[in-house]
Design a protein around this ligand. Structure first.
Ligand code: GLP
Length: 255
């Protein structure tokens, strides 16, 4: 485990963008695991901005997204799904399209069959770099506390916090709930050759400390990353407040 701590959110997210580009340049044909969210979308925008100014060869990059909402059966009133956000923040700029732009289908006939198809697709593509947003309860994708470490891509009811967001931010009538999504499982995330969780903000400091220094437990989904052979955490100072002085950059605990 490696730990990189940055003075500001901007520097932390910029390091995430550079890591993506560096990986893509060193591996012209590669698969990068992506997430949507308030941490990773600005990173995508930074990558797109750099690409627009200094285009690099992105023709061999495939991406696989961690998760996607499922359209409630019968709902036809607009778009609250993640795909357009990937389109806007990353795919359009880099020209990632077709079978290189992977995300679970938000409206399949058979939800479980779609989850199984997606798991197969992720395995075929073999993720090289898995970038990860981390929730304030240390969740990864939609894998909330209590998700089995052996979980593969699966259908899941989204958390109450995400449900609130769907209703408040997207204007979806609560009558369409409960809301569900498809997420890569914790086992799926661990298959990436390199993993890079990125955390910003003091509201995630406890989650980061628990995930990095606490016991490896299903109660703290991101703690599984302690078992990954090549994991680099990117944290801004605020998110790192619970680990500063307690661990070296090489992941050695300070007694
Ligand atoms: C959300 C998403 C994840 C995301 C994570 C962190 O619930 N399902 O894909 O990585 O939680 O999001 P944020 O960066 O906005 O805190």
């Amino acid at each position: 485990m490696k730990i990189r701590i940055f003075e500001s959110r901007e520097e932390c997210l910029n390091a995430g963008a550079m890591a993506f580009i560096k990986y893509a340049l060193a591996h012209p044909v590669c698969t990068i695991g992506c997430c949507t969210g308030t941490t990773t979308e600005p990173i995508h925008e930074m990558i797109s901005e750099i690409y627009r100014k200094n285009p690099f060869d992105a023709s061999g990059i495939s991406t696989v997204n961690a998760d996607e909402y499922l359209v409630p059966k019968g709902y036809d009133k607009g778009n609250v799904w993640m795909r357009p956000r990937m389109q806007k923040s990353l795919w359009d700029a880099l020209g990632i399209e077709g079978d290189r732009a992977n995300m679970p289908n938000c409206n399949p006939d058979d939800w479980d069959a779609e989850a199984a198809r997606y798991e197969k697709r992720v395995r075929e593509l073999k993720v090289g770099l898995q970038m990860l947003g981390v929730g304030p309860d240390a969740h990864l994708g939609f894998c909330l506390p209590g998700t089995p470490f052996k979980s593969e891509t699966h259908v899941v009811a989204v958390s109450p916090t995400i449900t609130e967001g769907i209703i408040r931010d997207e204007g979806v009538d609560p009558k369409w709930g409960p809301f569900y999504g498809i997420t890569m499982g914790l086992k799926t995330f661990m298959m990436g050759k390199m993993t890079m969780p990125i955390v910003s903000g003091s509201h995630k400091a406890e989650a980061a400390a628990n995930a990095i220094l606490g016991p490896v437990t299903e109660d703290v989904p991101a703690s599984i990353l302690q078992l990954h052979p090549d994991c680099t955490w990117l944290l801004d100072k605020e998110a790192a407040e619970g680990i500063i002085g307690r661990i070296t950059p090489d992941g050695v605990r300070i007694k």
